[in-house]
Design a protein around this ligand. Structure first.
Ligand SMILES: Cc1cc2nc3c(=O)[nH]c(=O)nc-3n(C[C@H](O)[C@H](O)[C@H](O)COP(=O)(O)OP(=O)(O)OC[C@H]3O[C@@H](n4cnc5c(N)ncnc54)[C@H](O)[C@@H]3O)c2cc1C
Length: 383
């Protein structure tokens, strides 16, 4: 059978687009989603700020009204109750998305089916070779993670391991999300812990390292075990679930496919915010726009590029972090101490205004940033 659209990969981006398509009714294109995993597990959690524009908030299972950053014996704790830090467990998103797909007659999810080679255009159709045979369609949205040199071009990687633990005793403060708890790191690395209490006796605890090289889960085991041991104060605990990720930070934007009927989307092709790795809400915004275009009979959309000023600020920030990792704790403490949380949230959620950018720039130590401005702009080929 030939489709209007093939979505390669049914992870966050592929399913987000499919669920938006399912809302189009009769305008929904005939679509197949090809996904190599045969079943979905609770493999990650998605966090974001619960500001007005945040999407899928009905799937949020935990919210925190306070956020803190700590380093070198100092802690900054801010009231973020107006836009609580929010968490969606991936399984809640997967379950609802699969249900929405199953209810839409034009959508088919083929799980356990792997794409084996790059799609080829033959006449007006893309031919996709899969482990279950050939599939063909007029249009392709490719959400498979890039494994090409472009991914290697990321200046920094954010590698992390998280354990969801349950303790024998109540020890956590359920209303405070500890976003960054910095600890001394190895040469060229930035190390911090992330602690999201889920109840008084359970929490998701992650160790994150920003470094030039991608780091596997084994690299973190010693640090995370030591941190957990300190925080549980000798209480017995069990690990309920673990997650691991490597997010490239600051990938150059991919060259668009000259054929408008084929676009790439997802984490490695423009969805991730370069300076933070936040991706989930950016994928939701893209999925809404892309589905709208498809519903109107137009070709699919790639991720929109960030405004030039935002790209410039992110490029400078990343360059400072890469070249002077030792000042990272001071930078983040200064941001959370000096900048109103509403401004920080707008900035982190891609909704900053010119005056927000100016406030953030003025809160950061000028020396390192002034020195890196020109090289960062040249390196990112920005006018
Ligand atoms: C553990 C973890 C925690 C994260 N936490 C956050 C967070 O808190 N907030 C945030 O904003 N972002 C977070 N992210 C980043 C980002 O939101 C996620 O990585 C998100 O899943 C990216 O969506 P995606 O669709 O690009 O990739 P994925 O969700 O990984 O989907 C890609 C899909 O393609 C499939 N696939 C790959 N190759 C093939 C093939 N050959 N054939 C068929 N299918 C294929 C894969 O099986 C997968 O399902 C996190 C990432 C991870 C890994």
């Amino acid at each position: 059978m030939s489709y209007d659209l093939i979505i390669l990969g049914g992870g966050c981006a592929g399913l987000s687009l499919a669920r938006r398509l399912s809302e189009l009714g009769e305008d929904c294109p005939q679509t197949v989603i090809l996904e190599s995993r045969s079943s979905y597990t609770d493999d990650r959690t998605w966090c974001f700020w619960g500001e007005d524009a945040a999407q899928l908030t009905h799937l949020v299972r935990h919210r925190w009204s306070w956020a803190s950053v700590a380093a070198e014996g100092k802690t900054v704790k801010v009231d973020c109750s107006a836009f609580p830090y929010s968490m969606i467990p991936s399984l809640a998103f997967y379950d609802e998305s699969l249900e929405m797909i199953s209810q839409a007659p034009q959508l088919l999810l083929e799980a356990g089916v792997s794409v084996l080679s790059e799609p080829l255009k033959v006449g007006d159709n893309w031919q996709v070779e899969t482990s279950a045979g050939m599939r063909s369609a007029r249009m392709v949205v490719d959400t498979r993670p890039l494994q090409t040199p472009q991914r290697q071009a990321a200046g920094l990687r954010q590698s992390f391991v998280g354990h969801e633990i349950e303790c024998a005793e109540p020890i956590f403060q359920p209303e405070v999300a500890e976003l960054m708890h910095f600890e001394p790191a190895g040469e060229g690395e930035i190390l911090f812990f992330y602690l999201l209490p889920l109840a008084e006796n359970s929490a998701l605890i992650e160790a994150t390292i920003f470094s030039a090289e991608p780091l596997g889960p084994d690299r973190f085991e010693k640090e995370i075990q030591e941190f957990i041991t300190r925080r549980v104060q000798g209480a017995n605990y069990t690990i309920r679930r673990s997650e691991h990720g490597i997010l490239p930070m600051g990938i150059p934007p991919p060259q668009g496919n000259p054929d408008a009927s084929y676009v790439s989307a997802g984490l490695t092709t423009g969805a991730a915010r370069p300076s933070s790795g936040y991706t989930f809400q950016r994928i939701q915004r893209w999925a809404a726009d892309c589905a709208k275009a498809l519903g109107a009979g137009l070709p699919p959309l790639a991720h929109a590029r960030d405004p030039m000023l935002l790209r410039g600020m992110d490029a400078i920030f990343l360059r400072v972090l890469r070249l002077q990792p030792e000042i990272a704790p001071e930078l983040f403490l200064a941001l959370f101490k000096k900048v109103e949380i509403a401004i920080l949230v707008r900035f982190m959620s891609d909704r900053g205004t010119l005056s927000d950018y100016a406030t953030i720039a003025s809160a950061l130590p000028s020396g390192p940033f002034l020195r890196q401005t020109l090289p960062a702009l040249i390196a990112s080929r920005m006018p």
